[in-house]
Design a protein around this ligand. Sequence first.
Ligand code: TXA
Ligand code: MG
Length: 324
Amino acid sequence: MITKIGHTDEDVVQAGSLLREGSLVAFPTETVYGLGGNALDADASRKIYAVKGRPSDNPLIVHLAEWEEIYAVAQPTPQARALYDAFCPGPLTMILRKLPVVPDETTGGRDTVAIRFPSHPMARALIRAAGVPIAAPSANISKHVSPTSAEHVCKDLEGKIPLILDGGPCDVGIESTIVDLTREEPTVLRPGAITAEEISAVLGTADYYRGEIREALAPGMKYQHYSPTVPCYLAKGESLEDAYRSLAETGIRPVVIATEERVRGRVFPTISLGESAEEVQHRIYGALRDAECYDAAIIENLSDRQEYFAAMDRIKKATGGKVL
Ligand code: TXA
Ligand code: MG
C-alpha cells in the first residue's frame, strides 16, 4: 500500500471519507499522533490492533469534537461535564460508562469507554469531516515510542495505512492524562500534562492510582511501552559523566539525554530535553527516537521534582528498571 502524506483541507476531507469507509488514517493531536478508525465499526477497531500489533484486550480512546457528541457513545456525569468545561478540548481522557452502540472491539470488552476531545485543529476538523467518533491509539507500532511528528508515524506505519495527516510537531508531546470517573473517587490512571492536583481543584477530589490494579484498570499500563530499539538506562547517581564512562569503557556508544543545564558544554554525545517540565514533555519522545542512532541511552533521573512526574512515568517505562 502507498501511504500518502496529507497537509491540506482537501486531504482532511479525504481522510474523513476513508474513515467512514472503514479505513484507517493517522492524524495529529496536541499530545501524540493517533491511528484513527471509526469507533463504531468493529472491523475498523480490529484493523487498528492488527496494524499496531497491539493486544486486543487493550482498549482504545474515542475522540470527539464537541460535548454533545458524547451522548451517542457514553453516559456522561456532572463530573465529566465539569472537567470538560475546565480542560477540553485538551489533553484529558475520561473513562465513563459506555452505551451499547460502542463495539466490544473498541473497548476491549469493557462496559466503560475512554473519551477525549483533542484540541489540535486538524484533529477537530477530521472528526467533523468523518462525522463519526474516532477510535485512536498512539500511531506507533505496539511497544515502540509514541510518535510526536508525521515523520515518526511514517517510520512505524508507512505502507500499512493509506494516509497520514501532517499537522506539524505535537505541542504537548506525551499522551493525555487518563481519569477514571466510574470509580468512587476520580482516579488518574495515566499521568499527563493535566495533573491530579488540577483535576482535584475542579472536582474537590482526585488522586493518582498507586496500587497494582492500576494495570487492570487501564490495561495498556501493564504492557512495556515507549521503548526505543536500543537499551535505555536511568542515571541514578549524581554524575552523568560517570554513567557515560561506565558504558563507553565497555566499547559501546551511548548518548546522554538530560535537561539543558546538565548537557550544556559536555564533550560526550547528548540530547537536550530543554529547561522546563513542558519542554521535557514536548521533547522526550523525539529524544528517545533519536537515541536509536546510538548503541544505548542514559537518561537523567528527574524523580525528585513533582512537575516531572508525567515525563518520569514515560522515562521509567522506557528504561524498564535498568539503572546505571
Ligand atoms: O493522548 C492520547 O491519549 C493519545 C492520542 C492519540 O489521543 N492516545 C493514546 O492511546 O495514548 P493509547 O491507545 O496509546 O492509550 C490508551 C490508554 C491505554 O492504556 C488503555 O488501556 C487505556 O487508555 N484505556 C482505554 N479505554 C479504557 C477503559 N475503558 N478503561 C480503562 N483504560 C482504558
Ligand atoms: Mg500508546
